[in-house]
Design a protein around this ligand. Sequence first.
Ligand code: FAD
Ligand code: MG
Length: 345
Amino acid sequence: MKTFTSLPIWAALAGAALAAAQELVERKVLAMGTVLELSVWAETRAQALEASELALREVERVETCLSTWKPESELSRLNRTPVGEPFELSSDLERHLGRARHLWEWTEGAFDPGLGLLVQAWGLREGGRQPSQSELEQALAAGSMASLEVGGGRATRRSEMQLEEGAFGKGIGLDEACAVLERAGIRKAVLNLGGQVRFVGQADGWPYGVAHPLERGEIVLEVVSRGGSLATSGNSERGLVVGGERRSHILDPRKGTPAPDVGSMTVWARDATTADALSTALFVLGPERGLAWAARQDGLEALHLISSPQGLQATATPGLRGRIRGLVAELELTFLATPALATRE
Ligand code: FAD
Ligand code: MG
């Protein structure tokens, strides 16, 4: 074990505790149609392995509950329950739907997990298609979360609306897994699910890479973590091509159409479910409204990145000042001084 000489005793003890928790277990598994990477530190390898196993089980549990890619999942069964007929919810699903509803209300519908019929109409899971006007009108008429009644352990669809977990399910999986790690006494872990990262304990200072909006493989800046979670929404990985045109897989639920491709939106929040859903919502709101909205919220930061003929512009909320490292020369970074103005860094 390393000995600490010049540090004051409290730092030496803290450092020794951290040095003692230096057994690192790293794992990589497929989950939710993407890759889950776990890095877990503990005093012994056995403890870290056991804790990582608990975290994996939690992510699986969330996928079994929420995945509409699995016809037998609880959410798929809720989507198939006849309109007007109450569906008995597990306590997990009741909790997850409660969080999704709060985020839908908070973002005034820019994030809307009730857009399953729009996801189907635009063929988001089959590479994209142009829906007919009547399909679009039908999907919009089915409404959204507003057409789902939840209470007393039951959910009742009041229209043909379909729930879809794509913009919040990974966040829920990360939060549930990290809660289990904390209960197991883990004081440092980093979980990465499809590019979204959630930290446990002293994982401060971890560099979170943000990719070029058009080149998923090219990291152009890093955000230095301070706990919580970071998520990015954009089209570099899952964009669509409809009628030969690149379209976004992020839909504006209020209009029923793909949101304009505004580059990418990264959100830092204290929890992963919020970061996941809000990166999508702010993408839908667009950079101007999205960043100004984020700058007014407590415990939230956001960064917009766009590539244009003038180069690569990043605009961030003030709380990210000192936490962003540009990795390419052409990047220009500005911060919102107030919700309306930006000052050059
Ligand atoms: P985000 O911006 O976080 O989410 C965009 C996705 O959310 C879109 O793809 C759409 O599904 C939905 N969406 C679009 N606009 C909105 C909006 N305004 N409000 C709310 N939702 C919106 N993918 C597979 O290929 N195979 C699988 O088996 C599979 N299983 C999954 C299981 C679970 C539980 C979850 C959560 C996801 C699964 N996925 C699967 C989807 C994939 O993992 C990604 O979550 C998803 O495609 C996009 O995530 P993102 O972070 O890239 O984009
Ligand atoms: Mg997301």
